[in-house]
Design a protein around this ligand. Structure first.
Ligand SMILES: O=C(O)CCC(=O)C(=O)O
Ligand SMILES: [Fe+2]
Length: 212
């Protein structure tokens, strides 16, 4: 029997939206309103910070708050800086386990971004750091207010605008991060939004270790 990859299986199951050089799965209302509220309450106690990052050789404070968790102690280098992961709280471990089970994937860390209002944003980037397992997707979950999430193809410059709503799960299957960038642009006004991106760090992944 053919050995299909995770992204090919999702496509075959018609769960994915096919794009040139990539595929997306969107699940509206993946998380119930009760669960969204419970999670947001727990998140109030997280150690949010707005670290400084290096852009074109200069240090700037990022226009949003972040916190990064992993299953085990880990370091992840992005935006010219090493970030040390904190131990993942129980409620996020449960969420991560649910995602892994549902999609047959191996997420083991999560980066949270808190956009307080329309001035908070995220610039164009791809989640393609060398620490991330290349054969695993990036899984995003939105809480709070909806915000536009824009994708742009690296060479054709094709754009896809996804208004991500609260409770919605978005999976970007490989090799999307190699061919597309994404951003969350500033808006004249927006209510607070929290986004979680689940990732697979190779260093913490058993299957990645098996392959070495
Ligand atoms: O807030 C979002 O929807 C995007 C977050 C993101 O791109 C990231 O954490 O890398
Ligand atoms: Fe990203």
């Amino acid at each position: 029997m053919a050995n299909f990859s995770k992204s090919e299986k999702a496509i075959l199951n018609k769960q994915a939206q096919i794009l040139p050089d990539g595929a997306l799965t969107r699940v509206p209302n993946w998380l119930s309103e009760t669960e969204q509220t419970r999670l947001q309450q727990a998140m109030q106690d997280y150690p949010w910070e707005s670290p400084e990052i290096k852009v074109f050789g200069r240090w700037h404070q990022i226009p949003r708050q972040q916190v990064w968790f992993a299953f085990e102690a880990a370091s992840y280098r992005y935006s010219g800086k090493d970030h040390i992961a904190l131990a993942m709280p129980q409620e996020l471990r449960e969420l991560c386990a649910r995602i892994n089970e549902q999609w047959g994937i191996e997420m083991n860390s999560v980066l949270l971004n808190h956009y307080c209002d329309g001035r908070d944003s995220m610039g164009w980037h791809a989640d393609n750091e060398s620490e991330l397992a290349p054969n695993q997707p990036i899984v995003s979950l939105t809480l709070g207010a909806a915000r536009d999430f824009i994708l742009r193809h690296n060479t054709s410059k094709q754009r896809v605008k996804l208004p991500l709503n609260p409770g919605e799960l978005l999976i970007m299957w490989p090799p999307m991060q190699h061919h597309w960038q994404h951003s969350v642009p500033k808006r004249a006004s927006a209510d607070p939004r929290i986004n979680l991106t689940f990732r697979c760090l190779s260093a913490l992944s058993e299957s990645a270790a098996d392959q070495q």
